[in-house]
Ligand binder design. Structure first.
Ligand code: ACM
Length: 264
């Protein structure tokens, strides 16, 4: 399967510019099976007022940005996972969607909100889900979900072979930690991070780039720069993520001692 990420710098609160940028990268790219875009790819990140979210957030799946992603998925005959600033009635969610050539497939609402996200977004109340696309099973988690190993573990126990990870990372740890998420679950991971500095009303964040694809053997199959916009693809065999044996006596899932894990 051809899988990849698009790393870019969204323009804050300008959905049309962001959508055009995504289109211009993806239309030029070769064909793919799965492409992952960053967290909040339609909106940017540094919100300081509800009115900013009102301007850009959309309902899923009938909003402008998701409809455009579906158009692109049809055009490229591939599946796309992207972060979306979602509005549902009076509340906002930091969500991701999966769409394909046949249209909308599903969404995930970020469960573990990071820092000031808690001022504007509601946390998702539904657990992690796995979706089948072509020969692969794919799950979604968003950015700070990485620090809770339960996120990737739940997805892997539900059969995910690829964990798609739209991100707006600001801490320096996740790219290394995702290697652990890969080996401890024997899955592929695709982190699509954003780049650039975003400033709003005295708040300034710099995002760390280095989007990456990791393998069930804890290899980095592709890694982007810290500060350039890049689209990258690799060819993976998702069957490799179905083998949970480490050696002939150790199986990652069968060897778990759940009877001793009560505190979890
Ligand atoms: C993050 O969860 N956007 C750091």
């Amino acid at each position: 399967m051809e899988v990849g990420f698009l790393q870019f710098q969204p323009e804050f609160c300008n959905v049309e510019v962001n959508q055009n940028k995504i289109f211009s990268f993806v239309e030029k790219a070769k064909g793919f099976d799965l492409l992952v875009l960053p967290e909040l790819a339609n909106s940017g990140y540094v919100f300081t007022k509800r009115s900013e979210l009102e301007k850009v957030a959309e309902t899923i799946p009938s909003g402008y940005f998701v409809e455009k992603l579906i158009e692109l998925a049809k055009q490229k005959d591939g599946f796309i996972i992207s972060g979306v600033c979602e509005k549902k009635e009076a509340v906002f969610f930091n969500s991701s969607v999966i769409v394909g050539p046949e249209g909308y497939i599903g969404k995930y609402r970020k469960i573990h909100l990071f820092d000031r996200e808690k001022l504007f977004f509601e946390p998702g109340l539904k657990t992690f889900e796995v979706f089948e696309i072509r020969e692969a099973k794919v799950g979604m988690m968003i950015c700070f979900d990485w620090i809770f190993p339960e996120s990737a573990r739940i997805l892997a126990l539900k059969g995910a072979e690829i964990i798609a990870h739209p991100a707006n990372l600001v801490l320096p740890y996740s790219q290394t930690a995702m290697l652990a998420r890969s080996i401890e679950n024997k899955v592929f991971t695709i982190t699509a991070n954003r780049i650039g500095k975003e400033e709003n009303s005295g708040i300034s964040l710099t995002f760390t780039g280095q989007s990456q694809i990791t393998s069930p053997e804890m290899e980095i199959l592709a890694q982007a720069s810290k500060n350039q916009e890049e689209i990258r693809f690799v060819d993976i065999d998702c069957k490799l993520a179905r083998n949970k044996w480490i050696n002939e006596r150790n199986n990652l899932f069968d060897d778990r001692r759940k009877e001793l894990y009560d505190v979890l």
